[in-house]
Design a protein around this ligand. Structure first.
Ligand SMILES: [Cu+2]
Length: 144
């Protein structure tokens, strides 16, 4: 009886306190025929230690990479990131003009409000799966 109660208790708390929590995930909707797009989200590190994002996956594209925008000779350029550090307790925003998941080679056209499955991988071996809504870009533009 006690063991069952403990099991339920531990299950509930594991689920409600995800160590790495992804929220507000979106994939940018681009005009038909544009093969590449990007995903944005907020990620919270609720653990007691730093985590490193080392990769991304999405089965609706040929390839997904973690990118950031850097200033180079007065120009904005995108660069693939081999790892992105998230400090313990830190919330990191993947947003237009900064960090993003670059999505190369869409396998099928996207439509507004479609829900897509994505995941990010950490150096510690975690695979964090999340859902992203397809949204038209609003105020900010993301140049490629
Ligand atoms: Cu990019």
């Amino acid at each position: 009886m006690i063991r069952v109660a403990l099991l339920i208790l531990s299950l509930c708390c594991t689920l409600s306190h995800a160590e790495l929590l992804v929220t507000q995930a979106t994939v940018r909707l681009l005009p038909p025929g544009v093969p590449n797009t990007a995903a944005y989200f907020t990620i919270e590190n609720n653990s007691q230690h730093a985590e490193f994002l080392v990769g991304a996956k999405a089965n609706f594209v040929a390839k997904a990479e973690i990118h950031n925008h850097i200033h180079h000779n007065g120009m904005m350029k995108m660069q693939q990131q081999s790892e992105v550090k998230i400090e313990a307790g830190q919330t990191l925003h993947f947003a237009p003009g900064g960090l993003h998941i670059m999505l190369f080679g869409l396998k099928q056209p996207l439509s507004e409000n479609q829900v897509l499955d994505l995941s990010v991988q950490t150096k510690s071996g975690k695979n964090i799966r999340f859902k992203a809504d397809v949204k038209s870009p609003s105020i900010h533009k993301h140049h490629h």
